[in-house]
Design a protein around this ligand. Structure first.
Ligand code: HEM
Length: 692
């Protein structure tokens, strides 16, 4: 069956109109006519037929004119060449061309999303066989709950969610973020909680090419690819090292004594993004995932390269002189990763072929996978001890002002440092106390202090309102007693603390999706796409969005697997997240379907895939030296402060000495590093880690 695909039907209906009304060279219109007469591309049935961002010549011509048609030969996706999808110069005088360009790009992106959902979900927690086959007569891709996502009898909340019977989170478990991330999906309590296995984006048997488990991995990679092949230190030195015009001025990222401003470490700068944005994404990753436990890997150590390089196609041992020239270190060792399961995976057949039930080796997310601000608030009992609440008002985070704080900002205070009695990696001593303290520098100190202040601002505002109108409805509700109006005066400190966390987590998710990402991927289709996550492509509260909401609901509840999933992905971008049940008339916290509204996991429970974490190691974003400025004279660079000089507890001292506002100015005025070769921070290639 040929499936029609676009962003959604109403939108597709507009495309012919757009093509017919477009003005300009006949060739572009002819392209539109050809595109229409050719019918709509079906969603691929097999992964080798998938859409790779390359369209027909006529389609390219319709959406981007001759320029797009001619640039189909380059390996990159075509939509970047459509009308109005790049900078000002990509815009046409004719608005309908721009319409075709931007919406054509969205259609391409939607195809890729639909096929990613179809071909790239590989859950490692034991549900994959169900996904590929059927369970209780239901096709795997339409499954909504899994045995593997139930709380086990040993879990303290086992009884509360229904014990051995059907499990459903309710009451306090759905009132706020839970510490370990359980009950985010109220019918799959364990999903995304601390300690669940990371997923994969590619077929399990291809995940360790060196194991040679398939003919493709054997033929394509042979013995040429494994953890230590090619040699990681040699790759780093040859391909990542930032070339310096004046090595002495950089000193491997250590700058000059006294933070002298004539220090300089060259790096390739992105034209449109600042250093705050670099640390923002590190701050996000600390919310989403970690392979490490308390900042360390397993107790087993291993050598990590600087052993050989390829010479004339032959792997040749490095001589001491080679190592010195490259700058790598043959003696370096590091602690091996923790593994969750390295036993032989179960296998099954789906009729036509044999599959692996999980990857040959899996690892766990030691954090909650949710966007729940767990880097601030903690993700297990141990990390929660590090989160300090204000004894004077336990709804607040403890942030005493420094002596002599003068400005309004400074009076909001700074996070306290870790107590020697706190559970922690000894290397973290002297740092601010927080849920996730690893790899701390001035950037992490900045964001943790900013959002802790934001938490307290919310609490203070709430308290002011409570003082003015103690008997008014606070707007909060308790799912255990949903009709009870909770007055301001009735709200306890713990309830308010958790409400503030909900607000902070929501702010973070919104900043990331519609401010950070739209600035990183700086073009109109991505701007529309990211905003549509929240508000929908058709905007709020229209007849079209209401109709789409109904369709999306039906598709979500469909048992038809693949087809319904694909259509769901397509239509859901119409109403966006706000349209998916959250503004339904009569919405009630007492109704589990309302609370879980909008959820569709496409047959595969959620966790981050290992591949995501690999590509998010965006270290090239970080400069070696921060160009430090002060508010009194913002155009003057006063110092060049090495990021490495702010590593761990030193960040805390720098933050307090120089103040949050000056750091905001400095990092906000400096460009971050481009994601390119030869652009890795020198200091990160040479970072001295206490544990290694
Ligand atoms: C000065 C700033 C930074 C420092 C000192 C730092 C340090 C480190 C270190 C030492 C590791 C290795 C951990 C290990 O496997 O042993 C690591 C991993 C990682 N870093 Fe960074 N990093 C910084 C900035 C960033 C930024 C800006 C990003 C951007 C997203 C980032 C993303 C990651 C990711 C995704 C990992 C892998 C984490 C995991 O496997 O669980 N880091 N970082």
């Amino acid at each position: 069956m040929r499936l029609a695909h676009g962003v959604f039907v109403a939108f597709l209906a507009l495309v012919p109109m757009a093509c017919k009304q477009g003005e300009g060279p006949a060739s572009s219109l002819l392209g539109c006519a050809k595109e229409l007469s050719g019918g709509i591309r079906p969603i691929a049935q097999t992964r080798d037929r998938r859409f790779l961002g390359k369209v027909q010549e006529s389609t390219a011509r319709c959406r981007g004119g001759e320029n797009a048609a001619q640039r189909r030969d380059v390996p990159w996706v075509d939509w970047r060449n459509y009308y109005a999808t790049g900078n000002e110069g990509s815009k046409s005088f004719w608005s309908f061309r721009n319409f075709r360009g931007v919406n054509g790009a969205l259609i391409d992106l939607e195809y890729q999303r639909a096929e990613l959902i179809k071909f790239n979900l590989f859950d490692n927690s034991g549900t994959f066989e169900q996904y590929m086959t059927t369970r209780d007569g239901r096709t795997g891709r339409a499954l909504k709950t899994w045995r593997e996502m139930r709380l086990p009898p040993s879990h303290p909340s086992f009884k509360a969610v229904g014990g051995d019977g059907p499990q459903l989170c309710r009451g306090n478990l759905i009132r706020a973020r839970t510490l370990t991330g359980i009950c985010n999906d109220i019918r799959n309590p364990l999903m995304g909680s601390t300690g669940m296995p990371f997923a994969r984006n590619v077929e399990f048997e291809t995940t360790f090419p060196d194991a040679g488990l398939t003919p493709i991995t054997r033929n394509r990679h042979g013995d040429r690819l494994s953890l230590l092949t090619p040699d990681p230190q040699v790759v780093s030195r040859k391909l990542f090292t930032r070339v310096q015009t004046d090595s002495a001025a950089c000193a491997d990222g250590h700058g000059k004594p006294g933070y002298a401003k004539d220090a300089n470490c060259d790096y390739k700068k992105a034209p449109f993004f600042n250093v705050l944005a670099a640390f923002w994404i590190q701050f996000m990753t600390h919310d989403w995932f970690s392979h490490l436990e308390e900042g360390h890997n397993s107790p087993d150590f291993m050598k990590v390269g600087c052993a050989s390089q390829k010479m004339n196609g032959v792997e040749t041992p490095l001589s001491p002189a080679d190592a010195a020239r490259l700058g790598c270190r043959p003696g370096d060792e590091m602690d091996k990763s923790y593994m969750a399961d390295s036993t032989p995976p179960p296998r099954f057949t789906d009729g036509s072929r044999e599959h692996w039930g999980r990857a040959p080796r899996t690892s766990r997310n030691t954090n909650t996978a949710w966007w729940d601000a767990s880097q601030i608030y903690g993700y297990d009992e141990r990390s929660r001890v590090r989160v300090k609440r204000d004894p004077a008002d336990p709804a607040r985070l403890l942030m005493p002002p420094l002596p002599g704080a003068k400005t309004e900002g400074e009076r909001q205070g700074y996070l306290v440092t870790l107590d020697p009695k706190d559970p922690m990696n000894p290397e973290w001593a002297g740092q601010e106390a927080t849920g996730f303290p690893d790899n701390w520098t001035i950037g992490m100190s900045f964001y943790h202090n900013v959002f802790a202040r934001e938490h307290n601002q919310f609490v203070d505002h709430f308290r002011r309102r409570a003082a003015q109108t103690p008997d008014e409805d606070s707007g909060l509700r308790d799912p255990s007693d949903p009709t009870r109006v909770i007055r301001y005066r009735d709200v306890g400190a713990d309830e308010l603390f958790e409400a503030a966390r909900l607000v902070v987590a929501a702010e973070i998710a919104k900043i990331h999706t519609i401010e950070w990402t739209t600035q990183l991927l700086y073009d109109e289709p991505l701007f529309r796409g990211m905003n549509s996550n929240w508000n929908g492509l058709v905007g709020k509260e229209t007849g079209v969005s209401a109709a789409l909401e109904k369709v999306v609901e039906k598709l979500r509840d469909s048992e038809k697997g693949d087809k319904a999933n694909t259509w769901y992905a397509v239509f859901a971008s119409g109403p966006g997240i706000f349209g998916l049940g959250s503004r339904k008339p009569g919405w009630s916290v007492a109704n589990p379907d309302d609370v879980n509204g909008g959820i569709n996991h496409f047959g595969s429970p959620f966790n981050f895939p290992e591949e995501f974490i690999t590509v998010y190691r965006l270290h090239a974003l970080v400069p070696d030296l921060i160009e430090y400025r002060e508010l009194q004279n913002p155009n003057e660079i006063r110092n060049k402060i090495p990021v490495v000089e702010t590593f761990r507890g030193k960040a805390t001292d720098f933050m307090r000495e120089r103040g949050l506002a000056n750091w905001a100015l400095s990092m906000g005025r400096q460009r971050l590093g481009l994601l390119a070769l030869h652009n890795h921070p020198r200091f990160l290639q040479n970072l001295s880690m206490g544990r290694l």
